[in-house]
Design a protein around this ligand. Structure first.
Ligand code: ADP
Ligand code: ZN
Length: 215
């Protein structure tokens, strides 16, 4: 499948993307994960991105497009991809459209995950993430706690609260989403690619997406 996942921070894009990629081997492309790995590694990209990310601001479009142009040409994308966290602005969506045309890639669908704001806020403030960049398992102190020692059940690394998961950064991320990313819903509706799913349960949402893809 070749799809884009849209949805507010905390809507469950990462979880849905992971389940979809396990289903048919399409690769999950998360710009957030790529950027966090770069920050951890301390390379040029990471140095440039870190301050924006810690505040909950968007990283400049030009930087993101450089990353994605290279990423989409890697061979693992041939089987399909699930984009999670990209595009995030109208200029990114326009640049992506041009890039896909140039690479002769056609999208199957743009999935919009709809989750009520109260649910989103509750999820984000209770979310914790495995600090191991190659694992990044997501936990929730209420519904899916790590081990009593605060380590990851999958890989044993410490489970942490991300720098952008402070209350201030969370509110900023939600505001940024409404201002910059929500307009993409209209953009993809016009393109005839948009499909919205009310999503509280990721597994049920994945089933609905699969059905919709095969219809
Ligand atoms: P969330 O969706 O939970 O906010 P992500 O993991 O998708 O988190 O992204 C984390 C941060 O990385 C964002 O707050 C932003 O600073 C940066 N980022 C990720 N993807 C993009 C993008 N497509 N454009 C600009 N900034 C991005
Ligand atoms: Zn882990």
């Amino acid at each position: 499948m070749k799809i884009i996942l849209l949805g507010a921070p905390g809507a469950g894009k990462g979880t849905v993307a992971k389940l979809l990629s396990e289903y048919d081997g399409s690769v999950q492309i998360s710009t957030g994960d790529i950027l966090r790995a770069a920050v951890k590694e301390g390379n040029e990209l990471g140095k440039e991105a870190k301050a924006y990310m810690d505040r909950g601001d968007l990283v400049p479009d030009s930087l993101i497009m450089k990353i994605m142009e290279a990423r989409l040409q890697e061979s693992d994308c041939k089987r399909g991809f699930i984009m999670d966290g990209f595009p995030r602005t109208i200029p990114q969506a326009e640049a992506l459209k041009e890039l896909l045309e140039r690479l002769s890639i056609t999208l199957d669908m743009v999935v919009n995950l709809e989750v009520p704001r109260e649910v989103i806020l509750d999820r984000l403030t209770t979310r914790r993430t495995c600090s191991n960049p190659s694992c990044q398992e997501i936990y929730n102190i209420k519904s899916k706690p790590p081990t009593p020692e605060g380590t990851c059940k999958k890989c044993g690394s410490p489970v942490i609260q991300r720098d952008d998961e402070t209350e201030e950064a969370i509110l900023n991320r939600l505001e940024t989403y409404n201002a910059m990313t929500a307009p993409l819903i209209g953009f993809y509706e016009k393109e005839g690619l948009l499909k919205s799913f009310k999503s509280l349960d990721s597994k049920a949402t994945v089933e609905a997406i699969k059905q919709s893809l095969s219809a």
